[in-house]
Design a protein around this ligand. Structure first.
Ligand code: THU
Length: 143
């Protein structure tokens, strides 16, 4: 189970990596921190491109690195996103885009927690099934 210390640590990691966001087009900076069953934290930020659809979101950046390192079991993801001008105080509870929800559903159970935070002391926890109910599942389709 996820405890408060882990939640704060994940949010702190997400805030830190958010500083590396490459978002010259939207000026919306996102940081994600992913905790694995082995206790490792992988981080990712959004990386945009002049050809807009080429850009990648913070969540998929984090998952891509974790998966590339052989990780397959995930415990929780923290997400921090807001406009570039929002440094310490973030206005919005950023939630994953549709593409990221589908991407994460491939690797996470329905109860997987997505922590969306405005600061280390201000967060909400949503589950995979709340974010993507009635999802298309490869498991079901190949059965
Ligand atoms: N973005 C993310 O990285 N994650 C989200 O959950 C929402 C959106 C990025 C994509 C784009 O670089 C910028 O935020 C504005 O949409």
């Amino acid at each position: 189970m996820l405890n408060e210390v882990q939640i704060k640590q994940l949010i702190s990691s997400a805030c830190q990596v958010r500083q590396n966001s490459y978002s010259p087009y939207s000026h919306f900076c996102v940081g994600a921190a992913l905790l694995t069953a082995k206790g490792k934290i992988y981080v990712g930020t959004n990386i945009e491109n002049i050809s807009y659809p080429v850009g990648i979101c913070a969540e998929r950046s984090a998952f891509a690195v974790a998966l590339s390192n052989g990780e397959r079991n995930f415990v929780a993801l923290a997400l921090v996103g807001g406009s570039q001008s929002e440094k310490d105080i973030i206005k919005t509870f950023c939630t994953p885009c549709g593409m990221c929800r589908q991407f994460m559903a491939e690797f996470c159970g329905t109860d997987f927690p997505i922590i969306t935070a405005r600061s280390e002391n201000d967060w909400k926890i949503l589950t995979m099934k709340e974010l993507l109910p009635h999802s298309f599942s490869t498991y079901l389709s190949i059965k």
